[in-house]
Design a protein around this ligand. Structure first.
Ligand code: ADP
Ligand code: MG
Length: 499
């Protein structure tokens, strides 16, 4: 075998050295560069050789060795300790590594310094860490959302039951407000659930702005009423609202946005004042304006008002109100404009595209009262069980309940039931399995699955076992509607059986 001659080996390594994409420098013990590759020359020396320069100068423009020199850490620890630094000359991150070369007497003779651009891999790492965080957050939040749905089901259910028991206008109004707030809460929970499964929801509900604004004025009444009572100041809302102005939107989101705006206006009038809310239609747009006679905003505040966490209220503010407003208005294809003068007041104008025609929602009264059925409810949450039972007995149905799915199955085998409500997630058995067993006992039984999860159950999951899915929190109307649908299916069954 031929021995490779020294020169060709040297030129081979020089070739590799120069074609390395990372910057490589060899420095003596006094930090003077004694060799540098092409990449280092191009990046740090603008194409000129770096030999003779100090490494700390070419890397950081320092006049003496860097305080955070990775060589020292590497020598002290005995392993190569990389250092990542941001270089604002290039707007990039670089990772520096030092490999010490010791003399025969174990003293530092020289060292190799490599510098690698890690901007891209840092971005990737950050992205993957972010994705992990999002997915962990998604899991946690969907669990929290599920529990919240159970809580809201009881709150909403109880409120709706109480509304049926009273005709006192004051109580009715208060219960209405609790109901609306709980529904807003439910819609927030849905947002948390959508966090892990982004929303594909389209804004297709035609919303009457006048109704929404009047509701929000009522919802916020405790705040401005209390202010006037406690502090002896007067805040007077003046409404000039046109009838029949419709936009496509999400009523709960809109209530949320307008509530934030009104709260801010009230905060801005610590000595009282006037809040005027106006709507008007121009061509294809609807303008809504909220005008207060409060303290107003400086130029800087106007500029930052939509920034999350921007507040001028210290501990009393959280700075999230207006950023939420911004998001909601944007989602509604609206535009916001703020006019404000310190000491005089603020006007917030919002422009929405108007809905072409008003698609009135079907009113709940059109739902027929169903026949009376023999119903079985299975849910391991006792409060939900009771609330649903009270709903259904109120509608004159015969109701059996059980928190234990096994016992329930035994009951269903023995007695005749028309409809079974079952929770989706229960210890020991899933609602879907249970549904299958119920259908195998008697396929005529209408199975209604109640679920607190944001489920994407597809046809094949439900096929032949679940007739209806009722999402928590459910409303009285929704239950009545589902029962009337179940009644239709039962009637069809009976007709088939008798023919
Ligand atoms: P927060 O109300 O918690 O401070 P917001 O996001 O709702 O947070 O509002 C941010 C800031 O915008 C407020 O701190 C306030 O300085 C300013 N701001 C909003 N609305 C008004 C208004 N109507 N009048 C005066 N300042 C306002
Ligand atoms: Mg606010």
């Amino acid at each position: 075998m031929n021995k490779p001659d020294f020169l060709s080996v040297k030129s081979k390594y020089k070739f590799i050295f120069d074609h390395f994409i990372d910057l490589i420098m060899v420095c003596d013990a006094g930090f003077t560069i004694i060799e540098s590759n092409e990449a280092a020359n191009i990046v740090l020396g603008k194409g000129e050789s770096l030999i003779g320069e100090k490494c700390y100068y070419v890397l950081r423009q320092n006049k003496r060795p860097c305080l955070d020199c990775p060589l020292r850490d590497t020598i002290n620890s005995g392993t190569v300790i990389p250092l990542v630094k941001y270089d604002d000359r290039f707007n990039e991150y670089f990772e520096e590594r030092c490999f010490p070369i010791l003399s025969g007497t174990e003293e530092l003779d020289s060292f190799i310094l490599t510098v690698k651009n890690v901007t891209k891999s840092r971005e990737l790492e950050e992205k993957s860490a972010q994705m992990k965080k999002v997915s962990a957050l998604g899991q946690i939040s969907s669990g929290v959302a599920h529990d919240f749905n159970n809580v809201l089901t009881v709150v909403l259910g109880r409120v709706q039951l109480m509304k049926r028991l009273t005709s006192d206008p004051y109580f009715l109004k208060s219960l209405d407000m609790i109901e609306k707030s709980a529904l807003d809460g439910a819609s927030k929970v849905r947002k948390i659930q959508e966090f892990s499964r982004p929303s594909t929801k389209t804004l297709n509900e035609s919303v009457n702005l006048k109704n929404i604004i009047e509701e929000v004025v009522e919802i916020t009444r405790p705040k401005w009423d209390a202010a006037s009572k406690i502090k002896g100041i007067l805040i007077e809302p003046i409404l000039e609202l046109n009838d029949d102005l419709f936009i496509l939107g999400d009523p709960s989101d809109l209530r949320n946005a307008f509530t934030n705006i009104i709260f801010n206006a009230i905060d801005a009038m610590p000595n009282g004042g006037i809040l005027s809310i106006k709507t008007e239609q121009t061509d294809n747009y609807i303008n809504v304006s909220f005008k207060d006679t409060g303290i107003g905003m400086t130029e800087e505040t106007i500029e930052r008002v939509f920034d999350p966490f921007f507040t001028t209220k210290g501990v009393l503010g959280n700075g999230l109100g207006m950023s939420e407003v911004y998001g909601i208005i944007k989602r509604h294809n609206g535009k916001t404009n703020i006019q404000s003068e310190v000491g005089k007041g603020t006007t917030i104008k919002i422009r929405f595209p108007s809905a072409k025609q008003s698609i009135e929602k079907t009113t709940d009264t059109s739902i027929e009262q169903p026949d009376t059925f023999s119903i079985y409810i299975i849910d391991d949450e006792e409060y939900i069980l009771e609330t649903l039972r009270d709903f259904l007995t109120d509608l004159d149905h015969t109701v059996h309940t059980n928190t234990d799915p096994k016992q329930a199955l035994a009951d269903i085998k023995k007695n005749k039931f028309d409809i079974v409500f079952t929770d989706l997630g229960m210890p020991g058995i899933s609602g879907l399995e249970l549904a299958e067993k119920i259908k195998s006992i008697n396929s005529r039984i209408q199975v209604i699955l109640i679920s607190g999860w944001a489920l994407n159950l597809n046809e094949s999951d439900l096929e032949n076992r679940v007739d209806f899915v009722l999402n928590k929190p459910f409303s009285f109307e929704k239950i009545t509607f589902t029962l009337s649908e179940a009644g239709k299916k039962l009637a069809a069954f009976n007709r088939k059986a008798s023919s």
